[in-house]
Design a protein around this ligand. Structure first.
Ligand code: RFL
Ligand code: PHB
Length: 397
C-alpha cells in the first residue's frame, strides 16, 4: 500500500486533517487502533471556537454544527454562590463560541470521509512507524492477524496522548514539559434540559470547582472537581447532583433538572507540551503533542488549529513544491499551544480548590474573581482567550 500522507489516529485531529488534505487533492489513509464505534463512544469536549467551526466549514462538514450547535455569547462565573455573567461577545467585538459535542464533530467527519470513499483502517493492532528520519517513511500494523505495510511521503501523528508516534521519536530529540494537577473531574452526561442553555457556568466554591455544560437542548454535561483517587462507583447519581447543586448559586441549584446519568467518568487534569512537533517526515498534531486541563475548553480547539497549520503547510509542499511551510509548522503551532496552555493553567488555578491553598488561597482567588468581573480590562482578557486567539496572533509583531 502507498499514500502521500499516512495519518495515525481517527480522532478529531486525524479526521479533520484527512478531510482538508483530500479537499486539496492530497491522498491520505488513516490508521486507527480502535473500532469506529469505540471512537464515537468517547464523551469529551463540547465547546468550539469560531476558528474550529470555520475549519469544519472548510472541510465541508459545517452543515450540522450550524443547524444543531448552540451559539454562546457569554459565560457565567460563580463564586461565593453568586453568579456573574461575562459578556464574551461584547468584549471581543462580536465573537462567539458554539456548544456542539466532540462526538458529533467526529461523526460528521467520519460520514464525510465515508461519502468521499476515503480509506480508514480501523482496529489496527501493533501500529509502528519507521524511516521518518529519512525520505521513505513506512507504517506497519496488523489487521485481522495479517501484517500490513503502508509506504508514504509523510506521517501525521494524530494518535493522542498515549499514541505510538511521540513515543517513537528518539529520546533526546524531544523535550517534554508537564504539570499534573492534584485532583480530577467527575463528569456526567444526562438526558435532562441544561440548567443554562445560553452560557457555560464555571463555579468556584469552597467545596471545589463545578461546571454546567450542554450537548443539546435536551442533553446536559456537568462536572465536579473530585479527589484524583476517587472511583466512579463512589459517586451515585444522587451524590453527584447534590454536590453540584451545593457549588452553584441558590437560584440555579433550585432550577436544575436532575435525572439518571447515561455516562459517568473521572478524568485526570494535566498540562503537557512536547517540543518540537516535527521530526523529519513525522509531524505531531493535537493531543499527541500537548494536553491542557479542560477548564478553558481548549483541547479540541488546539487540535483543530494544529491541523490548520499542518494542512496548509502540506498543501504548500505539494502544490508549490516548497518546504517553507513544513519547516515552520512546529514553531507556528507551538506559539498558539503555549498561549492556550497559559490560559488553561490560569483558569484551572483560579477556579479549583488545591490541597495547599486553605483560607488564604481561597481569599486570593475570590479577590481575583472580584477583579475579573468588575474590571473591563480583566474581563476582556478572559473573553479574548475564551473565544480563541487569532491563528496569526503575535506572528507579525
Ligand atoms: P484523540 O481524540 O485522543 O484521538 C487520537 C486517536 O488515536 C488513536 N490511537 C491510535 N491509533 C493507531 N495507533 C495507535 N498506536 C494509536 N494510539 C491511539 C486513538 O484511539 C484515538 O482515536 O486526539 P485528537 O484527535 O488530537 O483530539 C484531541 C481531543 O480529543 C482532546 O483535546 C479533547 O477531547 C480534550 N478534552 C476536552 N477538550 C476541550 O476542548 N473541551 C473539553 O471539554 C474537553 N473535555 C477532553 C475532555 C479530553 C478528555 N480525555 C482525554 C479523557 C474530557 C476528557 C474526559
Ligand atoms: C464540556 O462541555 O464538556 C465542557 C465545556 C467547557 C469546558 C470544559 C468542558 O470548559
Amino acid at each position: 500500500m502507498r499514500t502521500q500522507v499516512a495519518i495515525i489516529g481517527a480522532g478529531p485531529s486525524g479526521l479533520l486533517l484527512g478531510q482538508l488534505l483530500h479537499k486539496a487533492g492530497i491522498d491520505n489513509i488513516i490508521i486507527e487502533r480502535q473500532s469506529a464505534d469505540y471512537v464515537l463512544g468517547r464523551i469529551r469536549a463540547g465547546i468550539l471556537e469560531q476558528i474550529t467551526v470555520d475549519l469544519l466549514n472548510e472541510a465541508g462538514v459545517g452543515a450540522r454544527v450550524a443547524a444543531e450547535g448552540t451559539v454562546h455569547h457569554s459565560i457565567e462565573l460563580v463564586y461565593r454562590n453568586t453568579r456573574h455573567p461575562i459578556d464574551v461577545t461584547g468584549l471581543t467585538g462580536g465573537k462567539v463560541v458554539t456548544a456542539y459535542g466532540q462526538t458529533e464533530v467526529t461523526k460528521d467527519l467520519m460520514d464525510a470521509r465515508a461519502a468521499a470513499g476515503l480509506t480508514t483502517l480501523y482496529s489496527a493492532a501493533d501500529v509502528s512507524i519507521h524511516g521518518f528520519d529519512g525520505s521513505s517513511p513506512v507504517v506497519r500494523f496488523r489487521q485481522n492477524g495479517e501484517l500490513k505495510e503502508l509506504a508514504c511521503d509523510f506521517i501525521a501523528g494524530c494518535d493522542g496522548f498515549h499514541g505510538v508516534c511521540r513515543a517513537s521519536v528518539p529520546e533526546g530529540a524531544i523535550t517534554e514539559y508537564e504539570k499534573v494537577y492534584p485532583f480530577g473531574w467527575l463528569g456526567i452526561l444526562a438526558d435532562v434540559p441544561p440548567v443554562s442553555t445560553h452560557a457555560i457556568v464555571y463555579a468556584n466554591s469552597e467545596r471545589g470547582f463545578g461546571l454546567c455544560s450542554m450537548r443539546s437542548l435536551t442533553r446536559s454535561r456537568y462536572y465536579v472537581q473530585c479527589p484524583i483517587e476517587d472511583k466512579v462507583e463512589q459517586w451515585s447519581d444522587d451524590r453527584f447532583w447534590d454536590e453540584l447543586r451545593r457549588r452553584l448559586d441558590p437560584e440555579m441549584a433550585e432550577r436544575m433538572v436532575t435525572g439518571p446519568s447515561i455516562e459517568k467518568s473521572i478524568a485526570p487534569l494535566r498540562s503537557f507540551v512536547a517540543e518540537p512537533m516535527r521530526f523529519g517526515r513525522l509531524f505531531l498534531a493535537g493531543d499527541a503533542a500537548h494536553i491542557v486541563p479542560p477548564t478553558g475548553a481548549k483541547g479540541l480547539n488546539l487540535a483543530a488549529s494544529d491541523v490548520k497549520y499542518l494542512s496548509s503547510a502540506l498543501i504548500e509542499y505539494y502544490h508549490e513544491r516548497t518546504s517553507a511551510g513544513i519547516d515552520d509548522y512546529s514553531r507556528k503551532a507551538l506559539a498558539r499551544v503555549w498561549r492556550a496552555e497559559r490560559f488553561s493553567w490560569w483558569l484551572t488555578s483560579l477556579m479549583h480548590r488545591f490541597p495547599d491553598t486553605q483560607g488564604f488561597g481561597q481569599k486570593v482567588q475570590e479577590a481575583e474573581l472580584e477583579y475579573l468581573v468588575n474590571s473591563e480590562a480583566a474581563s476582556r482578557s478572559l473573553a479574548e482567550n475564551y473565544v480563541g486567539l487569532p491563528l496569526d496572533f503575535g506572528q507579525f509583531r
